[in-house]
Unconditional design. Structure first.
Length: 650
């Protein structure tokens, strides 16, 4: 009976994990439909949303399942540094806040889950209802407490929230109206294409001869206001403890390196290895017996030739199906013990040196022929061999330690005495910490000087002017931000971007000159190749689709796409402005969808568009709810999740 309970518990655990994986499409991480991390305790609140508390236990459980999900996705490739750079705790807490806002909105709309709906959901969980019969209150209580819930009531509250959120998602989806015409247009967009032969006359050929006056620049700016418009922007000053800058100042001494070497010597242990030459006669595991017999006969023939004096490298290049070594004459280099399939591994470390093996059959690949030139025993790399690697590791760690210590000191000082001016904030810079400015950036832009950083962007667009943030991890190091400026959506002033507008105006004139040059070249010819020959440029091939991306052509390609998909094959077209110049082309082949294809795919594409628009509607709703909400985030709880370095947004 005890074994049955343990097995059933494991089934329930993975059922709930599966629920997390499905629901993550909408809310990124599980908000509690599963077990809390062992040892987690209620440490107060993680956030308060319109007066309602998100507990530390909910937050801790969400971070745990998010980390577990990434571990399943990336396996051994996932490092703590990657998790730190993701800013996982901040993302989890943001998703919990979004969920709470949606739950509050669902309550306002009378969409909250009823007790009957929760009861029905429990009766749908197979492990709690073997053979269609509920297991009883006692076992049910044991299950939910073993899963990390304090009581069945807490588990049922979690299920109620899940059901409520699903009802909200369903309500959003059903509110979206999608017409067959929209579905047909989307199917055409992703399915239709044309292959073209074209010649691109680059504007760069003409731009050096182009001049523009201040009046030209102003006229171009006024005529292209949308090109220079922006959404709401932020300007952030920040103090940065730059890892690379600190690392350059650190030169570890031999004593430090030797200490690190002795404490981590196992990391520098080189396994037993063999220098192997290899020929593979590949056999698919599902092949018929006669196919296997033919492969074996071929392998035996090659062994006979090799033992008779044939050159191993020549036969490997001619016969081996091992892509990693055949081009090198079968030379695999040194192969560590335990890194190949068992029968291969055993032979590599047992057959006599410089002798050709009999054919070795592995179930996975087929017949192997190997020759071992040399073996080297398991050994430790010497201190001198690993000294450069150790120096880099120690310098990297010391740089991170120094960055953390220095920024922690500054953060404590800022909490005691918030700077009243940007100048007072920047004055906290030192020989280890620099003062920087992002300049203006939009919500979806990479941040100048720092790149994409969701945690900093979220903070900047949620803070008030003059606010000072907590430490945030970035690609360059640890920062403390100060919100210097808020600018509403509008058009960037010409004075601020005059150099950019001047270059744009020059390029516009150069593209027109490129079009004129192609117009002359197209006179009297009927093919893109003939035009290319007249202007001294190569012709190229490309596939054009309604999604707009065309390999080799940048910029706005909408006119090219429309013309390519509507022109008759073979007809020379253009010149048109596209990308960084002008283009003349002819259609080689077109793929158009049929009415039958539209009919067959209409329903699926209507569902897809409805789902996409529902997600967009959800994001819009959340943005409105957040704007009107009172949200209090416990930054100390976020910092408590920090491990190797501050989490982004910590």
């Amino acid at each position: 009976m005890l074994k049955l309970m343990r097995d059933s518990f494991q089934q329930l655990k993975w059922i709930l994990v599966a629920i997390v994986a499905i629901f993550i499409l909408f809310i990124f991480v599980d908000w509690g439909a599963g077990g809390a991390r062992a040892g987690a305790s209620d440490r107060g609140y993680a956030a308060r949303v319109n007066g309602e508390t998100i507990t530390y236990r909910d937050f801790d459980r969400g971070v745990y399942y998010a980390e577990e999900n990434y571990k399943r996705m990336y396996g051994s490739q996932l490092s703590q540094e990657m998790l730190d750079q993701m800013g996982l705790p901040r993302q989890v807490l943001d998703s919990l806040i979004d969920q709470r806002l949606l739950l509050q909105e669902a309550r306002r709309l009378h969409l909250s889950a009823s007790q009957e709906e929760v009861r029905k959901r429990i009766l749908e969980i197979p492990v709690l209802n073997p053979d269609g019969k509920f297991i009883g209150s006692e076992l049910y209580s044991r299950y939910v407490t073993q899963m990390g819930f304090q009581s069945p009531a807490e588990f049922e509250d979690e299920l109620a929230r899940e059901i409520t959120l699903q009802k909200m998602e369903s309500a959003l989806a059903t509110s979206v109206m999608v017409s067959p015409k929209m579905a047909d247009a989307e199917y055409r967009r992703v399915s239709e294409n044309a292959k073209i032969r074209y010649v691109l006359y680059p504007a760069s050929r003409e731009v050096t001869s182009v001049t523009v006056t201040p009046a030209d620049v102003e006229a171009f700016y006024k005529a292209n206001q949308t090109k220079y418009s922006h959404t709401e922007q932020r300007d952030v000053k920040y103090l940065l403890a730059d890892f690379n800058r600190l690392r350059l100042q650190i030169i570890p001494n031999d004593a430090e390196l030797l200490k690190r070497y002795n404490s981590s010597k196992e990391d520098f242990k080189a396994p037993e290895a063999a220098h192997v030459f290899h020929i593979l006669i590949k056999v698919d595991p599902s092949s018929a017996p006669e196919v296997d017999a033919a492969a074996r006969a071929k392998a035996e023939s090659l062994v006979k030739q090799l033992r008779g004096g044939a050159d191993f490298a020549t036969l490997a290049k001619q016969n081996s199906a091992d892509p990693s070594s055949s081009a090198k004459g079968g030379d695999m280099g040194f192969v560590d013990r335990g890194t190949t399939v068992p029968v291969f591994d055993q032979a590599a470390f047992t057959i006599p040196l410089n002798q050709v093996s009999d054919p070795i059959r592995s179930q996975e690949y087929g017949y192997h022929i190997i020759k071992v030139l040399e073996r080297r025993p398991e050994a430790y790399r010497t201190f001198e061999q690993v000294k450069p690697e150790l120096a880099a590791q120690v310098a990297d760690q010391l740089a991170k330690d120094q960055a953390r210590e220095e920024m922690t000191r500054i953060a404590a000082r800022l909490r005691q005495n918030k700077p009243s001016t940007p100048e007072a904030f920047s004055a906290l810079a030192s020989d280890k910490v620099s003062s920087n400015d992002t300049q203006w950036f939009q919500k979806n832009d990479p941040i100048p000087g720092l790149g994409a950083n969701p945690a900093l962007t979220t903070w900047a667009f949620g803070a008030k002017q003059g606010d000072v943030g907590e430490m945030i991890g970035t690609q360059r190091g640890i920062i403390i931000p100060y919100l210097y400026g808020i600018r509403p959506a509008g058009v960037t002033a010409l004075a601020e971007i005059r150099d950019r507008v001047t270059q744009d105006a020059k390029m516009a004139k150069a593209r027109e000159l490129a079009r004129e040059a192609l117009t002359k070249a197209m006179a009297g010819v009927t093919s893109a190749d003939a035009v290319a020959a007249k202007v001294g440029l190569p012709a190229a091939d490309a596939t054009v689709n309604r999604q707009g991306y065309i390999a080799g052509i940048t910029g706005d390609t909408s006119q090219l796409v429309n013309l390519a998909l509507s022109s008759a094959p073979g007809q020379l077209q253009g010149p048109i402005i596209a990308g960084d110049g002008a283009i003349a082309f002819q259609v080689v082949q077109q793929k158009k969808v049929t009415d039958q294809e539209l009919k067959e795919n209409e329903s699926a594409y209507m569902d897809m568009i409805r789902s996409q628009q529902a997600r967009s509607l959800r994001a819009t709703l959340l943005a409105k709810l957040r704007k009107d909400a009172r949200v209090d985030v416990n930054e100390q709880v976020l910092q408590s999740r920090s491990k190797s370095q501050p989490q982004q947004g910590a």
